[in-house]
Write a protein that binds this ligand. Structure first.
Ligand SMILES: C[S@@+](CC[C@H](N)C(=O)[O-])C[C@H]1O[C@@H](n2cnc3c(N)ncnc32)[C@H](O)[C@@H]1O
Length: 183
């Protein structure tokens, strides 16, 4: 099994001080429009999911996918606190699949932040994400510098391109390798 971030690390990842270098609204507002349906892969306790739900508004939907129940349980509590629980579907996946086939072709945008290096089969997950997206839909991949080398990140981006994704526009996020891909 690939190394999976322990559930208690989730509390560090939602620390508000993280906004000083990774501000979710600043990172995501250019990409998330009101009313869209988006996926947050490896959502953890929802550092990005809650702002995503605020950005899509009442008529949008965020599917937060994680394989750890404790991450999703905390996310659901936080969603209630921030009054975005109606916009968020917390989905428990299995280690080897996102198990979201019923949404194929229905997703406008996906975020995979600090999760690719934890996946047992990156190519399989990238293929699942490709299938989930509408034509023209986009995915933002970001991986932590330090945990993931430039070469490893380039390999992930190459796998995505082999599947059919195209690299689009450059994005910069502090302490991260970043690529925006389009279907
Ligand atoms: C380092 S945390 C990042 C959380 C969040 N994206 C953030 O940036 O704050 C990685 C998350 O990915 C989840 N994860 C690991 N392997 C996964 C898999 N195969 N499928 C779905 N989620 C996974 C972990 O449970 C954890 O919540």
């Amino acid at each position: 099994m690939a190394h999976v971030c322990p559930w208690w690390m989730g509390y560090f990842l939602i620390n508000p001080l993280r906004k000083l270098f990774q501000n979710p609204h600043k990172i995501l507002s250019p990409h998330i429009k009101r009313g869209i349906t988006a996926v947050d892969v490896g959502s953890g306790m929802g550092y990005f999911t809650i702002p995503m739900a605020q950005l899509v508004g009442d008529n949008g939907r965020i599917i937060a996918v994680d394989l750890q129940e404790k991450m999703l349980a905390r996310l659901n509590k936080r969603a209630c606190k921030y009054k975005v629980d109606n916009q968020i579907l917390a989905h428990l996946c299995s280690e080897n699949s996102l198990d979201l086939d019923n949404y194929n072709g229905k997703i406008d945008f996906a975020l995979a932040f600090a999760v690719m290096h934890e996946l047992p089969d990156q190519k399989k997950t990238l293929q699942e994400l490709y299938d989930l997206l509408k034509d023209g839909g986009r995915i933002l991949l970001a991986e932590p510098v330090g945990h993931v080398s430039s070469k490893e990140f380039a390999n992930t981006a190459d796998l995505a391109c082999q599947i059919g994704f195209k690299k689009v526009e450059k994005s910069v996020i502090k302490r991260s390798h970043v690529v925006m891909l389009a279907k």
